[in-house]
Design a protein around this ligand. Sequence first.
Ligand code: ZN
Length: 154
Amino acid sequence: MHYILVILLALALSASAFAKNCEVAIESDDAMKFSTAELRVDAGCREVKLTLRHVGRQATNVMGHNWVLAETKVLRSIAIAGMNEPDNGYLPKDDARVLAHTRVIGGGESDTVTFATDKLVAGGDYSFFCSYPGHWAVMKGKFVFGEPAVKKSE
Ligand code: ZN
């Protein structure tokens, strides 16, 4: 029954070749910038683990950053509503449009958030941004919840 072994081997190989990308990391800095304009996770991820690092030196009250996930169409209105909520991480309270977020961090700090993807639709139009007042206009990018990217050779 060699063919069973062959099938099992093929399954094992394809599983490793298409290992899900469900963990992503991004950096922020004193220049009010994120390190990437696009984050990509596989649609098969039930959970996503996102780590935000602040590689600058400025304190939270000067150059604080967070990472917030929302549908692109509501990014602006969440950011504006959050400006007056410093005690809630510059996010509107109990707002279901906020799909995931880290806390606001300062230089040298990091924060990790793990969130379920059950509210996300594969191929949907999502963005991430920093909701610290004034930052969202430049600190934002695409969050792609879709097919895995072409595997890069390493
Ligand atoms: Zn920021």
